[in-house]
Design a protein around this ligand. Structure first.
Ligand code: GLN
Length: 196
């Protein structure tokens, strides 16, 4: 089992640390050619979604990733990664992978609450620490997207099939359970065996 970690920009190294702790191997995705190797899942880290979206287009990776997700490759987006996955972003146009039925609001907590952390419940896991950094929240979900966590009445984690998204950063805490949940999803699909 091998996980691709999009490593164009942002907090990808912290995700790699979590994968190491869980004994999963990973490869960094920095260019189109990196997507040609067999990977079973993909992590889209936090960072700046507008920059990442633009780089994905410039590197000709956007459509490659979209195709794989549509074919069932498990994907986990945190923060900016969540924004990239959303079909709709409130206010402004930006480049989206756009595979998940949800509407997100970027930089949604305003300046004063730019960064904060809480402990809250995530469905299927329990209480976990959640670190938010200039985070988005999910305004609404549609289709079969399920809400997995809410903080202060706002949706901060969701899942649709093999797509998992959190507005917070589980890679910045000592808790490995969200990554473990993603690896369970990856194991169930064995994407590299069905997509060659
Ligand atoms: N504010 C960033 C954006 O809109 C996301 C912040 C993050 O990923 N920590 O893309």
């Amino acid at each position: 089992m091998r996980i691709g970690v999009l490593a164009l920009q942002g907090a990808f190294a912290e995700h790699e640390e979590k994968l190491k702790k869980l004994g999963a191997s990973y490869v960094e995705i920095r260019k189109k050619g990196d997507l040609k190797q067999p990977i079973d899942g993909l992590i889209l880290p936090g960072g700046e979604s507008t920059v990442m979206g633009k780089l994905l287009v410039d590197l000709d990776c956007l459509e490659e990733i979209r195709i794989r997700i549509r074919k069932g490759m498990p994907v986990f987006g945190t923060c900016a990664g969540l924004i990239l996955l959303a079909k709709r972003v409130q206010s402004g146009t930006q480049i989206q992978i756009g595979t998940m039925d949800m509407t997100v609001k970027r930089n949604a907590y305003g300046r004063q609450l730019g960064s904060f952390s809480v402990t809250s419940e995530m469905k299927g896991i329990g209480e976990i620490p959640m670190v938010f950094i200039r985070a988005p929240y999910i305004q609404s979900v549609s289709g079969d997207t399920q809400v997995l966590a809410e903080v202060g009445g706002r949706i901060v984690a969701a899942r649709q099939g093999n797509q998992l998204a959190t507005a917070f950063h589980p890679e910045l805490t000592n808790d490995i359970r969200v990554h473990a949940l993603f690896l369970e999803m990856v194991k169930r699909v064995k994407f590299s065996e069905i997509y060659l």
